[in-house]
Design a protein around this ligand. Structure first.
Ligand code: NAP
Length: 523
């Protein structure tokens, strides 16, 4: 069985222990082994900083953007292979693999295009020059320059392609070399993509390194100008924040963690209205895409109390039509969870949540197609109900990372917003209404506790991009429980990898600075 190699210090090496075996999520058969034991991480990070950092900083933004376009081209050529890996390792149907694979390539292409507008300078101006003395005799201009460190990109198991590329694109465009650490359970796809990029020789040596397998000692060699961009559970984030690299050496840390996202039905959106139908469609999509293994998935559905029963029936009727099983069977709409460990996690969380809620749609009654239920990591969808959201702490706190959501009634708009905020900071909330004033006011009221608010009115029913879809143009991340991080949001994403400094000097010095950035789109 293949042992996935690590690309460190410009060489492919395999770990020197047995490692962890990763498996076919449906069949349970072994696919590959993953290990980083014995890897010389300090030397690898040094090589990335010195070789990769210098090479990337020698290029302008537009040249780095052109490299991203070439990387996207390489990945595009190998899409079929990636779909096959996804099906086997993650158990996903084609549409769900697309969210990960094509979503990643789209994000890369977006940054290739956006980066081309930044001109040939390796650095950026941040805002305009401001006067510090009378008659403008002394001025200040902020600049953004790539950090001279390495960016360690740690990813969650649910997006081995998109999770890698949505971090890699802004880091490389900013001029910073990356070390990619995929989650072990689904490392195969990331490994294959990195291998294809390295073999195509499109990036400068040292710009891209890969470490698969155990996370032991991963942060130990980090130095003050390095960066950690982490996606995963709140528990792991908490542990990483206490690591001396971050707590003592001030390594910059961005955390994207879990989130109890909500969908809110507006008080005007009665059953039968277009907004009501839009909520029902979106909830079912969010519960079933990637079997609910999306950090942005809808976990709580807040509806006016008079329409609680009708909403439960409408969502249940649609869930009943979702076929679950082996994605190799073309009639299957929803595949499996990523691993048997995830199935065990989901089953445990579901049991806890069911203890505190009513079961409105019972996934255990759904027949599984073409799978051995003892082996396959399949879990059918469950809709739960909590009639008293004020006194049910668990529904606002426990993220069951699978096809599970809870319906909660609210009394009035104030109450609905309060319930949404009980998530203690979320990645996204969506609102469904035909009233633009309700949508705008509620969006503003939720903006302090949510990274993104997605307003769905009937006029955008067909064009809206989806509650859970993370578009590179919009911010991804949320406060509090969601990790407190910020990613994407167009060119804002480069800010994590570039240091801001103020340059103070005479008007001639500031003019000379500006001349070095001529032709770039101002920030
Ligand atoms: P996880 O167990 O926290 O692992 C995340 C990553 O951290 C993995 O690559 C893991 O490696 C690594 N890791 C674990 N311990 C580490 C350590 N001590 N030092 C360095 N790295 C370490 O999370 P997961 O189970 O993969 O992902 C599920 C969670 O991610 C869910 O809660 C979900 O909500 C969240 N998520 C959030 C977002 C977002 O953008 N906000 C996106 C996707 C998922 P190993 O796999 O080798 O242990």
């Amino acid at each position: 069985m293949e042992k996935l190699a690590n690309y460190l210090g410009g060489r492919w090496t395999v770990g020197d222990d047995e490692g962890t075996t990763i498996k076919d999520a449906i069949l349970g058969t072994s696919l590959a082994r993953v290990s980083a034991a014995g890897a010389d991480l300090p030397a690898a990070y040094r090589w990335a900083r010195e070789q990769g950092g210098a090479a990337l900083r020698a290029l302008g933004h537009a040249q780095r953007a052109a490299l991203l376009a070439q990387v996207a081209g390489v990945l595009q050529q190998n899409r079929d292979k990636y779909y096959d890996i996804s099906l086997r390792n993650s158990g996903t149907v084609k549409n769900d693999s697309a969210v990960d694979i094509d979503g990643g390539i789209y994000t890369l292409n977006y940054y290739a295009k956006a980066g081309a507008t930044l001109g040939d300078a390796s650095t950026r101006l941040d805002g305009d020059a401001v006067a510090l003395a009378r008659d403008n005799a002394f001025q200040s201009q902020h600049v953004l320059v790539p950090t001279r460190g390495v960016a360690l990109l740690i990813n969650a198991f649910n997006f081995p392609s998109w999770g890698f590329l949505e971090k890699a694109a802004p880091a490389l465009l900013a001029g910073v070399p990356i070390v990619v650490k995929p989650a072990t359970a689904t490392a195969w796809l990331t490994h294959e993509m990195v291998k294809d990029i390295i073999e195509a020789k499109v990036l400068p040596e040292g710009a891209l390194s890969l470490v698969c397998g155990g996370s032991e000692g991963l942060l130990d060699p980090l130095e003050p100008f390095d960066i950690v961009s982490f996606t995963g559970s709140a528990d792991t984030a908490r542990r990483l924040r206490a690591h001396p690299a971050i707590a003592e050496r001030a390594v910059r840390f961005n955390g994207e963690t879990d989130s109890l996202n909500s969908a809110i039905l507006g008080p005007d959106a009665a059953p039968g209205s277009e907004a009501f139908d839009a909520l029902v469609r979106e909830v079912v999509r969010e519960m079933t895409v990637k079997s609910g293994q999306k950090c942005t998935a809808i976990r709580r559905i807040l509806v006016p109390q008079a329409w609680y029963d009708e909403t439960a029936q409408a969502i249940g009727a649609r869930l009943a039509k979702i076929s679950v099983g082996d994605p190799r069977n073309e009639s299957v709409r929803m595949g499996s969870l990523a691993s048997s460990a995830q199935r065990a996690n989901v089953e445990q969380g579901l049991a806890e949540l069911r203890g505190a809620c009513d079961t409105l749609f019972d996934g255990s009654a759904v027949p599984l197609i073409d799978v051995d239920p003892q082996v396959a990591a399949c879990v059918a969808p469950y809709l739960l109900g909590a009639r008293n959201g004020d006194h049910n702490a668990l529904v606002h706190d426990l993220e069951v990372f699978g096809p599970v959501a809870t319906l909660i009634p609210y009394r009035d708009t104030h109450h609905a917003l309060e319930l949404a905020r009980r998530g203690q900071g979320s990645l996204v909330a969506s609102l469904y209404s035909a009233d633009p004033h309700y949508l705008a006011d509620s969006a503003l009221a939720l903006a302090d506790s949510h990274g993104r608010v997605h307003a769905v009115s009937p006029d955008v029913a067909k064009t809206q991009t989806g509650h859970g879809n993370v578009m590179p143009q919009s911010l991804h991340g949320g406060p509090g429980r969601a990790g407190g991080g910020e990613e994407l949001g167009g060119l804002r994403a480069l800010g994590l990898y570039q240091r801001r400094a103020a340059v103070q000097g005479s008007p001639e010095v500031i003019a000379a600075l500006a001349a070095r950035h001529a032709g770039a789109t101002p920030r």
